[in-house]
Every structure is written in structure tokens, then in C-alpha cells.
Design a protein around this ligand. Structure first.
Ligand SMILES: Nc1ncnc2c1ncn2[C@@H]1O[C@H](COP(=O)(O)OP(=O)(O)O)[C@@H](O)[C@H]1O
Ligand SMILES: [Mg+2]
Length: 308
């Protein structure tokens, strides 16, 4: 980065993942300051348009997770302002954020993903007959495991689906995969080392994600070379199939027969120094500060519309 360029980190916002976005934004700003980049932060809680029009940054590092950040909204706005930003386009972000949309693309492209149905407040009663637990009920557009319910028996099904549909209007009921959990970060289209997640809870829920000590992270994951290659190849295919850019993180379950299933792709994964993608990058030899700089360099290639 040349010292004359000014970078703005957008963080916070008002999604369910605000607290995590503040942590990601702070970590990115500290790294960029350490590297001598001219950087300011804008908390997107009450909008950001006026602030950006005043500051006129050359580049933006979006550290917003969830709604407003990962769903294409901020990207659309920055496209209108013609300010290049780190990460995926509005369209790519939308495809990844909407789990039903993403799964349709996975199915079309032969990327394995658990069987699922979309349930709405109107149709859930008719559709229940087609579901056999164990299944996972999840909001179509959310993250950080917020709103996820595991349904282990038929007896629990109606109540769980009804209350989830009431809260979210539209939800995904997905076959539960019993097995091991992995995640693979992508940097500039290439897979980073595979991470295995071993939550001490029944699954990788919100607490297990953000409470130190509640999940063990093994990187590189203790798996065969073949499984490692398969997960990395599927992560790269998922990133490409959704049309993602610069970076992403793809979540997997693998059953006892070593069959992998893609759960989802995160277009702006957690970005503190101890978050998963930065952990994998470190194992690949890229420290957090260098990782932040590398992402800025990727966005910089798009300055003045040179490359998109
Ligand atoms: N089909 C599934 N089978 C088993 N576990 C699942 C399944 N779907 C989700 N989970 C568990 O729930 C967590 C969050 O689900 P995910 O689809 O990645 O949504 P989020 O966007 O909230 O991270 C996963 O990390 C995993 O532990
Ligand atoms: Mg996930």
C-alpha cells in the first residue's frame, strides 16, 4: 500500500452479528495501523453514506458480518459510490448469504450438500410429512449459528418448525449430517489449510463459536491427504460457483463414510486474529497483518475500475 491511499474499515452495523463485527473491525484497523496504512473506522450502526462522502476513502475494508454486510447491501452502495472494496461483489454476496439460493447453485453444480426443504409459515404443515429427523432447522439468511435448532425426533419436529417459522417466516430444514466438522478458508481463489472444529457442545453453536475453550481447533486437520484434497477442492469450487471474490470460508460436515457435505460459504468470515481464516492463513505462513495487507492489495487492483 502506498502511504497516500486512505482506507476506511466499515464495522459494527446493526445485524445480529454486530458484536463480532466490532471485534473484526478493530483487529483489522490495528493491523493496518501497525503496517503504516492511513486508516479510519466507521461504525455502520446508523448508516455510513454521509461519513463516506465526507471521508472519501480510496479503498474500503468491509468488516460487517450478517445482514447489511454479507448480503450485498453495502457492496451495492459502494458500487454506486465507485469506491473499491475488499471482498465479494453484491451479487456474489447475495448468492452466498441466502442459504436456499446457495444450495440450489450447489445442487446444479454437483457440489454435495445435505438434502433440504424450504419451509414457510404457510406450507410447513404439509411439508412436515417429508421430513425425517435428525434434521437441522435454520434461518435462510443469518449467521453465527443464530436461530439454529437441532431436531432429533419426530416428536420435537412440529413445535420446532412452527416456532422457527414464526420467528423467521422462511426457514431451511436440512438433513443433519452426523460426523466431523471442518472449515476451509479461501484466499484469492485458493484453499488454505483445512481446520477441524471439535465443539464441546452438541454442535458448533453461538457459544461454542465465541467462548474461548468451548471448541478445539485442529489446523492442519488430522485427516488423510485424500480427504484434505477433497475438502480443499470442494471449497475452491464452492467459492467459484457462488462467484465469490478475494476471500471466503466454506463450512463442511463429513459423515462416518468420509462423504463431505458443504453447509454454506461465508463471504465475510470472522476476522479477529484468532478467527478461523486468519488461523489457517498463519499455518500457511501468512501472519494476520500480512493477510490484511494482501486483501487490500487485491481490492487495490480494482482502483479506478482497472480490474473488476
Ligand atoms: N446439516 C447439518 N448437519 C449437522 N450439523 C449442522 C448442519 N447444519 C448446520 N450444522 C451445525 O450448525 C452450525 C451452523 O450452521 P451453518 O449452516 O454453518 O450456519 P451459520 O451461518 O449460522 O454458521 C454448523 O457449524 C454445524 O455445527
Ligand atoms: Mg457456518
Amino acid at each position: 500500500m502506498s502511504s497516500k491511499e486512505h482506507v476506511c474499515v466499515l464495522y459494527g452495523g446493526n445485524s445480529d452479528e454486530r458484536a463480532i463485527s466490532i471485534r473484526s473491525g478493530k483487529a483489522i484497523m490495528e493491523a493496518l495501523v501497525r503496517q503504516g496504512v492511513s486508516v479510519t473506522g466507521v461504525d455502520a450502526k446508523n448508516g455510513y453514506l454521509k461519513e463516506l462522502q465526507t471521508q472519501k476513502p480510496d479503498l474500503i475494508f468491509i468488516a460487517l458480518h450478517g445482514k447489511g454486510g454479507e448480503d450485498g447491501e453495502v457492496q451495492k452502495c459502494l458500487d454506486r459510490l465507485r469506491i473499491p472494496y475488499v471482498g465479494s461483489t453484491a451479487q456474489g454476496s447475495q448468492r452466498a448469504f441466502d442459504k436456499a439460493k446457495a444450495k440450489r447453485i450447489f445442487k446444479k453444480q454437483g457440489i454435495p450438500t445435505p438434502k433440504s426443504v424450504v419451509l414457510t409459515q404457510k406450507n410447513w404443515k404439509q411439508k412436515l410429512a417429508h421430513l425425517s429427523p435428525p434434521i437441522v432447522i435454520k434461518p435462510i439468511c443469518n449467521g453465527s449459528s443464530i436461530g439454529i435448532t437441532m431436531v432429533e425426533s419426530v416428536g420435537q419436529l412440529a413445535k420446532a418448525v412452527e416456532s422457527s417459522c414464526k420467528q423467521y417466516s422462511i426457514v431451511l430444514a436440512e438433513q443433519k449430517v452426523v460426523g466431523r466438522e471442518f472449515t476451509v478458508g479461501i484466499l484469492d481463489g485458493k484453499a488454505l489449510p483445512v481446520i477441524e472444529l471439535k465443539p464441546k457442545h452438541a454442535f458448533y453453536d453461538f457459544e461454542a463459536k465465541y467462548t474461548p475453550g468451548l471448541t478445539d481447533y485442529l489446523v492442519p486437520a488430522p485427516i488423510s491427504d485424500q480427504l484434505k484434497r477433497t475438502l480443499q477442492m470442494l471449497a475452491e469450487r464452492t467459492h467459484a460457483a457462488l462467484g465469490l471474490r478475494d476471500f471466503s470460508r466454506v463450512d463442511f460436515m463429513v459423515d462416518s463414510g468420509e462423504n463431505p457435505y458443504v453447509l454454506e460459504a461465508n463471504s465475510i468470515p470472522g476476522f479477529t486474529e484468532t478467527s478461523l481464516l486468519p488461523k489457517a492463513a498463519r499455518v500457511a505462513g501468512l501472519e494476520f497483518d500480512q493477510l490484511c495487507l494482501k486483501l487490500l492489495e487485491l481490492a487495490k487492483r480494482r482502483l479506478k475500475g482497472s480490474l473488476k
